[in-house]
Design a protein around this ligand. Structure first.
Ligand SMILES: NC(=O)c1ccc[n+]([C@@H]2O[C@H](COP(=O)([O-])OP(=O)(O)OC[C@H]3O[C@@H](n4cnc5c(N)ncnc54)[C@H](OP(=O)(O)O)[C@@H]3O)[C@@H](O)[C@H]2O)c1
Length: 266
């Protein structure tokens, strides 16, 4: 099957590409270095020619030291969802598989609200869509430490999460995209939306401390909260944990830290 992957160089998109290539699918990686910009629409018409399914794993969240603003994230997701549907429909794309975040409909502000806007935009376009809600990826723990570091202190929220390896999320996205029943008769996304999480509940602070200790970083982890944030309670009230219907997939964060995925040069 010809499958296009947005975010093909990203945390989950790169794993999606690996899995699809290993199963002999015809993969079209769509990132700016391959001439495709999902925000401006540049290169999409050409890239989507003959594509049956798009796996949308793009994100405006840069992997640099600065987190993009919620406004920039909302603009990115709104434009990319619109372009994938509009240009995809003209190109004859049959199906889109998207990835969202557990508990995202609880957020009213910030990045969470931007991502919820994305989920709604992807689900409301003309092309049939399946959206998988995923827990925080294990790979995000070092990124959140980086974003939260000032001097020798990493400031992070105390968050109840059930993090998952991006490779497990990629496998679930590929399974949705290549599901023969859906390919034969694509329908709109099921409710409740499918979910994936890791094998056990953790707290971000504990994971960050473990990461810092293992990597020997000269950092102290400090938990922070923001009483002025209307969504402040969501991080700790269990809203980000999986629903009973969620698929759970290993490894744990600790096992992942020892794996080749966390240590690619090892
Ligand atoms: N990270 C998590 O913990 C997590 C959890 C649940 C759900 N999700 C969702 O999973 C998706 C992927 O997240 P991720 O963390 O894997 O992303 P990521 O590692 O930040 O990768 C982002 C990808 O998007 C591409 N991209 C950025 N701007 C682009 C543009 N204008 N045009 C085309 N491509 C562009 C990047 O490629 P170039 O920069 O090379 O163009 C990169 O391949 C997002 O929808 C995110 O909300 C993430």
């Amino acid at each position: 099957m010809k499958i296009a992957v947005t975010g093909a160089t990203g945390r989950v998109g790169s794993r999606v590409v690996e899995l699809l290539e290993a199963s002999d699918h015809n993969v079209v990686p769509m990132v700016r270095s391959t001439g495709v910009d999902v925000v401006t629409g540049e290169g999409l018409t050409t890239a989507l020619a003959g594509v049956e399914c798009v796996i949308d794993a793009s994100s405006g969240s840069a992997r640099g030291h600065q987190r993009p603003t919620p406004e920039a994230a909302a603009e990115f997701f709104t434009a990319s969802a619109r372009n994938l549907h509009e240009i995809g429909q003209k190109a004859g794309v049959h199906r889109i598989v998207g990835v969202s975040v557990l508990g995202i409909d609880r957020f009213t502000t910030g990045h969470g609200a931007a991502k919820h806007t994305h989920e709604k935009a992807v689900l409301s376009g003309p092309i049939p869509v399946r959206v998988l809600r995923a827990a925080l990826f294990h790979e995000m723990v070092p990124q959140l430490i980086d974003w939260g570091t000032q001097g020798e202190v990493a400031h992070l929220r105390r968050m109840r999460i059930q993090p998952v390896a991006s490779r497990a999320v990629a496998r679930a996205l590929v399974d949705l995209a290549t599901d023969p029943a859906w390919a034969a008769s694509p329908k709109r996304s099921e409710r409740p939306l499918p979910e994936i999480a890791g094998p056990r509940e953790e707290n971000l602070i504990d994971l960050a401390m473990l990461f810092v200790a293992r990597s020997g970083l000269p950092l102290r982890v400090q938990d922070v909260s923001d009483p002025n944030d209307p969504d402040d309670k969501i991080w700790e009230d269990g809203s980000l944990l999986p629903q009973p219907h969620a698929m759970l997939a290993g490894p744990t964060f600790e096992a992942w830290l020892d794996s080749d995925d966390a240590n690619p040069a090892a």
